[in-house]
Design a protein around this ligand. Structure first.
Ligand SMILES: [Zn+2]
Length: 106
């Protein structure tokens, strides 16, 4: 059963102790630092259901992304190298995405 955030009113699936919209801890939970930290949102889809994309920062291929807080449109590809190695390539579009608030999502 989903739970409602006391700070923003957003709904988050049970199993997550941090609000997916604003990052506030679920009431009654004791989030440790590892679970409380929000990681960079990434998706293979061109949009986020929970975030609004404010700006596009262009294609990204490496591990370091400057001036963005999320990546959309992630694509993975691979090819074999020789008989025993696999080369994996990934690319996406770096964006600035802000959590949707209840007011703007309606
Ligand atoms: Zn919230």
């Amino acid at each position: 059963m989903p739970w409602n955030c006391p700070a923003c009113g957003g709904t988050t699936e049970l199993g997550y102790n941090v609000c997916r919209k604003c990052g506030v801890a679920r009431p009654g939970s004791v989030p440790d630092e590892t679970n409380f930290r929000m990681e960079m949102p990434m998706t293979t889809t061109p949009t986020f259901e929970t975030h609004t994309i404010e700006a596009y920062r262009g294609p990204v291929f490496g591990e370091t992304i400057y001036g963005a807080n999320a990546v959309i449109g992630i694509r993975f590809d691979y090819s074999t190298v020789g008989r025993s190695m696999l080369m994996i390539c990934s690319s996406g579009t770096a964006v600035i995405a802000n959590p949707r608030t209840p007011d703007t999502s309606r």
